[in-house]
Design a protein around this ligand. Structure first.
Ligand code: C5P
Length: 262
């Protein structure tokens, strides 16, 4: 597939050395995993859909001034990104109780939260990505106070924007997970500094998306909970975003894309 040097392989993506220093190629696999990879499957076309959806979301967020690692999509499964040092935290933002929060706090799934809630989990597969407090982040030096403040501010801004974007296509944004990285930048005086930028991906793998009218799940919970029609649901999200041409046959994702640059 590629003679490029592989830098890292994750559960759903592979990172390759990019064509220029400071860049990487992010390849989206069809692999689906859940419950810390205890459950696995290959979902045909998922990587193509997530590449497109994440591209779309990153571009929209860039347009409102959120710095992101996204440079350009290269092909159906790959995008060129800026190389960053990943901050070892998963930042979760919730509007409605679901998943681990509903379970942990004994809340009924679907309960609207009084306001958006931001949580941090440590990126440690071997520990199941445990929830951590800001106190732990500071005490153990995973991120500075300024970085935590920036991540929270950016996450809430991203949440506001994405809630509106998805509402416009009849979808409720229940929650999502994002990751941030540190980018080395050279300032006007020649000194170098770190800028915190949005990294990784934003897709139905990393968000809970429910149809506004029916509460039908259009995200990875279809895989986690054996609800079936996983790629069909991702295709529905992409189609509503205007990324894919209408599926020609119901249940058959049409992965040809609406684009003038393919
Ligand atoms: O499982 P939980 O309820 O904590 O997930 C909250 C949100 O974060 C969900 O949208 C889920 O898809 C996402 N998530 C993720 N990767 C993880 C954990 C959660 O994308 N490792």
């Amino acid at each position: 597939m590629s003679r490029r040097k592989q830098i890292y392989e994750g559960k759903a993506k592979i990172l390759y050395e990019g064509p220029e220093p400071g860049t990487l190629v992010q390849y989206f696999k069809d692999d689906a995993t859940a419950f810390n990879a205890q459950k696995k499957a290959i979902l045909d076309g998922k990587g193509v859909l997530n590449n497109r959806i994440s591209e779309y979301v990153m571009i929209r967020l860039g347009e409102i001034g959120i710095p992101t690692h996204f440079i350009k999509r290269l092909n159906m499964r790959e995008q060129l990104i800026k190389k960053v040092e990943i901050i070892p935290l998963e930042v979760i933002c919730r509007n409605v109780a679901a998943g681990t929060m509903a379970k942990r706090l004994g809340m009924e799934e679907g309960t609207k939260l009084p306001r958006a809630v931001v949580e941090f989990c440590l990126k440690r597969d071997d520990l199941g990505d445990p929830l951590v407090a800001e106190e732990h982040i500071h005490a153990f030096g995973w991120a500075t106070h300024a970085e935590v403040d920036e991540m929270i501010a950016m996450t809430l801004r991203i949440n506001d924007y994405l809630q509106g974007m998805f509402a416009g296509i009849g979808i409720k944004l229940i929650d999502f997970k994002i990751e941030f990285g540190r980018l080395d930048i050279t300032m006007d005086n020649g000194a170098t500094a770190h800028q915190v930028i949005l990294a990784d991906e934003i897709s139905p793998d990393s968000c809970r998306l429910w149809d506004r009218e029916t509460d039908r799940k259009l995200d990875k919970d279809r895989f986690r909970r054996d609800l079936g029609d996983v790629t069909e649901a991702y295709t529905e999200v992409a189609t509503r975003l205007g990324i894919l041409k209408e599926a020609t046959n119901k249940g058959t994702p049409n992965l040809s894309v609406v684009s003038n640059d393919d």
